[in-house]
Design a protein around this ligand. Structure first.
Ligand SMILES: [Zn+2]
Length: 196
């Protein structure tokens, strides 16, 4: 059987494989230092418009030159990679993620729009650190890693603002229970309920 590659010189053979087989070309083996360097260079590249254009052009080339099968394999690899990154997050990163998710929810934006004051995701991350990553209810202290909601100390429905000083982070269970009350009112009701 005659392979069409047999008729070509070695160098052109290699180039053709690279051009037609996309990601099937042999992988360069990098030392940890080289990998770290590559990461820095790539991150820096994405910070300039020219770098982003170059990156986009390379992605287009990759997309054009890659077979459907290879793309599918790449997708599986990407998903596994992101799952691995998610699993390896530190508790702080998880708490921060919760906070960021809370700031982007639809209900949050609706309430926020109609109330005075504003705060940023950075304010909430700071708040989370101030609370030691724990629910602000004195009797609770649940980890905000598990569930995290933004509570208005003076509820929005009673004229409370969106300024950071009117905010605290509660676990969902506490926030649902507290509802449109101040912390004092809520704790008072809890006391009465447990006594009665
Ligand atoms: Zn709680």
């Amino acid at each position: 059987m005659i392979d069409k590659w047999d008729q070509k010189p070695a160098e052109s053979h290699c180039q053709d494989i690279c051009a037609t087989a996309g990601g099937n070309k042999p992988k360069r083996v990098l030392t940890p230092e080289q990998k770290a360097r590559q990461k820095t260079v790539r991150a820096a590249r994405l910070k300039t418009p020219e770098g982003r254009a170059l990156h986009a052009a390379r992605q287009r080339t990759w997309y054009r030159n890659t077979s459907a099968e290879q793309k599918a394999r790449h997708l599986v690899w990407m998903r596994a990679k992101h799952a691995r990154l998610r699993r390896n997050r530190t508790p702080e990163q998880r708490a921060e993620q919760r906070v960021r998710e809370a700031t982007t929810s639809h209900a949050y934006h609706t309430r926020k729009r109609s109330a005075p004051g504003r705060h940023t995701a950075a304010d909430l991350v700071r708040l989370c650190a101030q609370q030691g990553g724990r629910c602000a209810a004195p009797h609770c202290g649940a980890s905000l890693t598990v569930s995290c909601t933004i509570d208005h100390k003076l509820p929005l429905s009673r004229g409370g603002s969106n300024y950071p000083d009117n905010l605290q982070l509660l676990c969902k269970s506490c926030n649902d229970s507290k509802s449109a009350r101040t912390m004092d009112e809520w704790l008072q009701t809890r006391k009465e309920t447990s006594n009665g």
